[in-house]
Write a protein that binds this ligand. Structure first.
Ligand SMILES: [Zn+2]
Length: 480
């Protein structure tokens, strides 16, 4: 029985949400939500000085932003307004993060923020995902025990990662999710969100396409003995509300304020779902690794990084097709278990070859192999769980069927939302060769197990299979 109070959760009512979560079966497996409050509303930007006052009696605020100008619907600059507003109550230092091209969430940039921490009482991050990730990381790694109070003012619904305790960092050229901390207070002003470029909100909508693939990957990994923290609550909390968003795709495209408000709530809940699981697994499966690989190749390709969510959503259509294959065409009786265990000697050159071209120092391939071998070891160690999984495959299918969506439905919703459905239509177009490389090799990048690993180990995942996926996506006016 699904707890309807959880299925209709409201992230701005944190106390109520904590109470509902504590009443779920196996609630002890869920981590606590380390946030003080979340505010979503029209014109609630004015809550910022009060939010700082709730966290500190001190007077010095470090305000961190990116270099891009953000304006409200009347064209007035928002960051300047926030700066002035904070200055009425505090001594404010405004740090603008800059680097040639796009600002990345790197440990080097986090160090630039940390260099300003002397005497600071509270950090206020204003911006989208990268600034939030940097502020969370910088404060946490400066002082684990007692990180500086952090308020985040979210300026776009671009990703779900504002309300969790991790940061997606670019480390040695590889995207890695690392543990950091929650912002203590998150403020989302819907008037600011409404003025953000439409692609940003479509990006947040796109990030949520992972709801139909990532939790199933997470459950699959659990069934195969590769994790023990699976819980249904993180996904139950958002699934019905995500389904409603899909139904409202056309209204989102039209800029309907009610739907944008719903998107803000679900996206924030999706962030919380990762915190509850203590990892990004509830919201990041095979669709995210495809997207991560495209980001990793951007340096060599000398191009920018696409809006995260829009890229994830295009990949999400492919992941939906993969799940559709597994649930409707995969035949467990054809699997020869003895042939499903490639050795380390066999896999190491394959992993290295997939990533070696990304940098001359081979940092990326080193990083990927060091993580991948943990997955391979786990796979070898849980042979019995795999045999049991194949024997009980029908029961598995029955459990997960309500958690997935048909690829054709997802693609049609994305078309209605005005979300790009082809890699070549992203804000930095991704060519067919790069996209095909990313799809083909994404499972080699990290230790987290997904449906692609299963198909790979079962001997199904090869170039012809990837081409079949691409053809099926093309039939939905999606993919390359
Ligand atoms: Zn994401």
């Amino acid at each position: 029985m699904i707890d309807q109070r959880l299925a209709q959760a409201d992230c701005t009512k944190l106390e109520e949400l904590r109470e509902i979560l504590s009443q779920q079966p196996d609630a002890g497996k869920l981590c606590s939500i380390g946030m003080k409050s979340i505010s979503i509303g029209h014109g609630n930007m004015t809550e910022l000085p009060g939010a700082v006052a709730r966290l500190t009696d001190g007077k010095k605020v470090l305000m961190v932003t990116g270099p891009t100008e953000i304006v409200d619907k009347d064209g007035a600059p928002i960051k300047e307004r926030i700066y002035e507003m904070l200055k009425e109550h505090y001594e404010v230092e405004w740090l603008v993060m800059r680097e040639p091209g796009i600002v990345h969430a790197t440990p080097e940039n986090a160090a630039k923020i940390q260099a300003r921490f002397e005497g600071v009482d509270c950090v206020v991050g204003v911006g989208s995902g990268t600034i939030c990730d940097l502020c969370k990381y910088a404060t946490y790694y400066y002082d684990h025990e007692n990180p500086l109070p952090l308020v985040i003012f979210q300026t776009a619904l671009s990703v779900n990662a504002f309300s969790d305790d991790s940061s997606v960092m670019l480390i040695n050229g590889v995207k890695r999710t690392v543990h950091s901390r929650y912002p203590m207070i998150l403020i989302i002003d819907l008037d600011v969100i409404a003025a953000a470029p439409a692609e940003m909100n479509v990006s947040g909508y796109g990030d949520l396409i992972a709801t139909w693939t990532a939790p199933v990957d997470w459950y699959l990994a659990c069934e195969l003995g590769l994790n023990d923290n699976f819980h249904t609550a993180p996904s139950v909390m958002i699934r019905d509300q995500c389904a409603k968003l899909l139904e409202n795709s056309a209204r989102l495209k039209a800029g309907d304020t009610e739907v944008i408000g719903d998107l803000a709530n679900v996206l924030t809940l999706s962030g919380l779902s990762m915190g509850l699981a203590n990892e990004s697994a509830p919201a990041s499966g095979s669709e995210h690794v495809m997207s991560h690989l495209i980001d990793m190749a951007s340096g060599v390709r000398k191009t920018g990084i696409c809006y995260h969510g829009t890229q994830v959503a295009v990949s999400g259509i492919l992941s939906c097709i993969i799940w559709d294959y597994l649930l409707n065409e995969f035949d467990p009786s054809k699997v020869d278990i003895d042939k499903c265990y490639p050795s380390f000697e066999e896999m190491e050159p394959r992993v290295r070859a997939a990533f070696d071209w990304l940098d001359e120092a081979h940092n990326a391939s080193e990083e990927c192999w060091s993580d991948y071998q943990k997955k391979l070891a786990g796979w070898h160690a849980n042979r019995e769980a795999f045999a049991k999984f194949l024997a009980n495959f029908d029961a598995f299918k029955e459990t997960v069927r309500p958690w997935v969506q048909k690829p054709a439905y997802i693609a049609s919703c994305m078309h209605a939302a005005g979300a790009p459905c082809h890699y070549k239509d992203l804000n930095y177009p991704v060519d067919a060769k790069t996209a095909t490389w990313a799809i083909t090799n994404c499972h080699l990048m990290r230790k987290r197990f997904s449906v692609i690993d299963l198909l790979h180990y079962c001997g199904v995942w090869d170039d012809a299979f990837v081409q079949m996926l691409i053809d099926r996506a093309a039939a939905l006016d999606a993919g390359l």
